[in-house]
Design a protein around this ligand. Sequence first.
Ligand SMILES: [Zn+2]
Length: 283
Amino acid sequence: MATTPQPIRTVKAFYAGRGIRSLSRDVARKIIISLKASRRNPTGSTGWVRFPYYHHVFDDERAGFEKHLRYYKSIADIISLDDALELMTGDTPIDGRYICITFDDGFKNWTDNALPILKDMGAVAAFFVATDYIGTDVNADRDKLLKFYDSGDKLMEFMTWDDCRSLHDAGMTVGSHSVHHAHLADIDYEAAQAEMVNSKKTIEDELANPCDHFCCPFGVPGVDFDTTTHPSMARDAGYKSFLTTRRGPNTLGADPFAVRRDHMLANASLLEVRYFLGAEDNP
Ligand SMILES: [Zn+2]
């Protein structure tokens, strides 16, 4: 009998089984970033909103995440997604530095680990869920869950709708990350529309609250979504924003349907955080 994969609760388990080549690439990347980080400083400028985005805060990443929050607080104000969009689309210059923390996918470690830390630190964040995965069970839905990542061997636990309600009740934003974690560029117009419309309706029904924000799975403009089609499709579906994975700051006049975000791992060093938040534009 094959061994049953266990749900992944640590970053150590998440990266277990990676080849030596991949690991050494990581070490090299960390060294280069650390060297370059000294020349990048997010406090060198003001008038921006930056959106770090995370996927998971595993049990062994809690301390790292807490450290990130403390760093964000030391250089900026942590604000909600609605407030961030208001600053970007307002008619007065953005005075200061602002951080809007976001999360993609819908993992159980959000309520287990990220939420208590955010609450302790008095911080808010926006959480984007792929609705078809919410309420799945690691045993009953094992085959489906193992396909969430291409490697096919990582069993991730997702939240329940009660968990999503607890995020909302704690003052967090819950938005859509499509129904099926869809690669919009690969599906036709109607299917993409259904991903946006149906996930919005499910979240609104479950949370009894408007779902105003769409975060594009994978999120690279021109690769994972069509810049001329999908952002306007989200607007027509009733969303107020479309979040991407293009890096960089959002300044006054930035398009709420092309929000730039900076990918973060919760156990990344502060040098790495500083490196990514200090980048002027898409590196
Ligand atoms: Zn995603």
